[in-house]
Design a binder for this molecule. Structure first.
Ligand code: ATP
Ligand code: FE
Length: 333
């Protein structure tokens, strides 16, 4: 099938065209307006989606060299995400599908982050364990098939991306802080400042303790030396990043061993973190497991992953009603 997919769950407006499982175009417009506020402002996000969506769809169709009459289905992100943002994408997709008299496919954003692995080779084999680490989620998911997924662990407070962004903010780094912290961490000593690894039963995660301990540590140090952060930035970044990675990998190893899973996948925007990629690659090599990390383009929010998921749903005959609503808290299972 030829599918047009729309992604508008947070602050990226994206459209993709896929034909027979092959990605033909994946256009992303990232919203800059939020930078000055140090976080995503929902009202501004939905207004920017309204401005970007039609040009982004037109550009995706143009790059794919596909006329809208050739489309077999229109897909959109139903949730989870910001309601105002989801509404823009879903209204457009519903209207467009109706005007073209084509079926509509409603996609779960977290499922899409995982199925991004199927856009390009190498593709994991089922069943596999996926660690999804993004701006709003941290989940360990057993993936038995494109449609059969089970969340076995998740964060009870902050997501891994938030842990990066919030601690980066404490260090005075620009928003979103994850990539800046990653860059500084490359120059620092990861064991210089020991921060607590959030210990949770089962396969759950907790990152709020790290944020608090970094806050108190910095307060205490800057009281003695106001230049403490400036003088120790790389070591602080490396130590924080190291702690987040240890927290993630400890649960991942337990989950993989308990469930006899040797195919390990990483998904979501935090998969761009160079320290996490290196640590996971090293760990899986040591254990004799296989690791899969998608291209960066398909790790952060993009409609390509929504198109891939819609492709599987199309084959399964999983279409949406014309009056389907977005769901900001849509669950994966
Ligand atoms: P969700 O999918 O849960 O709704 P999201 O789609 O907004 O959240 P993503 O776009 O997948 O989140 O990821 C964004 C997050 O990834 C941000 O928190 C950002 O700081 C983080 N991030 C991106 N690059 C890096 C990096 N190199 N190191 C650490 N974190 C990073
Ligand atoms: Fe996302």
């Amino acid at each position: 099938p030829v599918i047009l997919a729309i992604e508008s769950s947070c602050d990226d407006t994206s459209a993709a065209v896929m034909a027979g499982g092959e990605i033909l175009a994946n256009v992303v417009a990232t919203q800059q307006v939020h930078e000055q506020y140090g976080g995503v402002v929902p009202e501004l996000a939905s207004r920017a989606h309204q401005q970007h969506l039609i040009p982004v769809v037109q550009e995706a169709l143009r790059r794919a060299k596909v006329d809208k009459s050739a489309l077999d289905a229109v897909a959109f992100t139903q949730g989870p995400g910001l309601l105002g943002s989801l509404l823009v994408g879903s209204m457009f997709a519903k209207t467009f599908a109706q005007a073209l008299d084509k079926p509509l496919i409603a996609v779960n954003h977290m499922r899409a982050h995982i199925l991004a692995h199927f856009i390009r080779a190498p593709r994991p084999a089922f069943p596999f364990l996926c660690l999804t680490v993004s701006g709003g989620h941290t989940q360990l998911v057993v993936v038995r098939s494109p449609m059969d997924m089970q969340v076995i662990g998740q964060t009870i407070d902050d997501a891994a991306g938030e842990a990066f962004d919030k601690t980066a903010k404490l260090l005075g780094l620009p928003y979103p802080g994850g990539p800046h912290l990653d860059k500084q961490a490359k120059l620092g000593n990861p064991t210089r400042f020991p921060f607590p690894v959030g210990a949770m039963p089962g396969y759950d995660f907790s990152f709020s303790g790290l944020k608090t301990s970094v806050l108190y540590f910095l307060r205490q140090q800057t009281a003695q030396n106001p230049d403490f952060v400036a003088e120790n930035l790389p070591d602080l970044c490396a130590s924080i990043q190291h702690t987040i990675i240890q927290t993630l990998l400890r649960q991942l190893v337990r989950a993989a061993q308990d469930n006899n899973l040797t195919q390990i996948a990483l998904a979501g925007g935090v998969a761009a973190n160079s320290g996490l990629r290196a640590a996971l690659t090293e760990l899986t090599a040591e254990k004799g497991w296989e690791v899969f990390i998608p291209d960066f383009e398909f790790c952060t929010d993009n409609a390509g992953m929504v198109a891939m998921t819609a492709h599987f749903q199309y084959q399964a005959g999983d279409f949406a009603e014309p009056l389907v609503s977005p769901d900001p808290r849509l669950k994966l299972t």
